[in-house]
Design a protein around this ligand. Sequence first.
Ligand SMILES: *Cc1c(COP(=O)(O)O)cnc(C)c1O
Length: 490
Amino acid sequence: MNFIESRGNDGEQALNVSFSEAILSPMASFGGIYVPEALPTLGTNFLEQHLESNYKVLAKAILAAYEIDIEGAVIDEALALYDCFDNPQNPVPVVRVKDDLYVSELYHGETRAFKDMALQPFGIVLSSLAQQRNENYLIMTATSGDTGPAALETFKNRANVRVACLYPEGGTSDVQRLQMVTEDAENLKVIGIHGSFDDAQAALKTLLSSASFKAKLNEKNIALSAANSVNFGRIIFQQIYHIHSYLELVRQNAITLGDKVYLAVPSGNFGNALGGYYAQKMGLPVEKILIASNNNNILTQLITTGKYDLRDSTVIPTTSPAMDILKSSNIERILYDLFGAERTKNLMLQLDEAKFYELTIDELAMLQQYFAADFCTDAEGQQYIQDCFADGYLMDPHTATCFKAYDTCRDKELTTIAYSTAEWTKFSPTIANALTGEEGTHDLYALQTIAKKANIAIPDKINALFDKPITQKTVVDKADIESVILEFLV
Ligand SMILES: *Cc1c(COP(=O)(O)O)cnc(C)c1O
């Protein structure tokens, strides 16, 4: 399968590229991104055939449908990373919370957030490609807190790859920051910037498209790539767990094979939701995908009104910071899939230039065939965490936003799969506050409070972070990012 460009072709780039080219050089014509030429379909008996498959077997079958140019041995090595999850037999447990609400826990990997699901295997694929081609890559990533640790973890000490990771200083939890700044592998550079995640992402985009930066890297024999969620190398791994979670519901007798379900997804850059949309298009019985946001409710606005309006909008810091995003990059792939390249180019251009676009009534109706949306305030999220804990389930503030969408967005009585994207350990002060009312606590104290209250242990890896030396101390203004990176590469 080949990949084409979301905003059409400018006559200079290739008309279509292989999977490996799309992930090594993810920037397409006119500032667009790569999309599959056609989505594979799973075939009528696929789900039935894989009812008893474990995660890796299912993953292999889904990847095979894509017919990508990656050797089987590399795919096996990539999928073997799921063996390092808490339960290698089932890396993604699906837990019943109510009769018609199940939580699919995507956080049982190394860095305790759902980014591991895709970034871990993607890292193996990318560094294998670099080695095979005898090329050196600089992977740039911007993080609101979870991508960074997962990217650093997957690429540390890997040959032919170096990582520069930008994070908003003060915009992450203590645990997330410590997961990054205590990384000491020589091929990793962690850079705090004064600004928000959107600033970090904008700085990343500028560098990725800067000819002079590329030329300077070229002199050092280094090519540029990105590990952000627009990279299809991540998206391809994000369809698997939606299909797995559905099959889990069948195995648990919560639904019968063929029944439709809702997927409730806490959304930021829309990679997780896009994976659900692609899974649905490939043949998974999904009624609708419920897009959960926090007070940065740009996606709620888009899906309920057809307007994407960035005029006068600024990022509002919330207790679910991984979703504190206004420019949700993977929406572009939905626009492409529903309306085609010409219209996508036109809409994205309007967004760049006028900070606004509006879908037609017909376009909005198409979007609403697949998606419904609502947002959850911090106070509402706190209440959901509290209520859920009283019912015996401990969840993080991102996951809590799904509970609002579950309450308000369904128009049919169908079972819902809500995705839990982070372990309680990553956002402990917010959770401790919901459970005890105490405010302004540090992560370590909050972790201890929750552990005691819920009668569970703090995972060793999280505890150990607080005693590790801090090796990554760089914090700079946006203007200085380029020089810091060039210095790191000497
Ligand atoms: C990244 C992240 C999200 C948002 O996921 P997208 O795929 O970017 O929409 C939600 N919750 C947590 C905890 C995350 O780390």
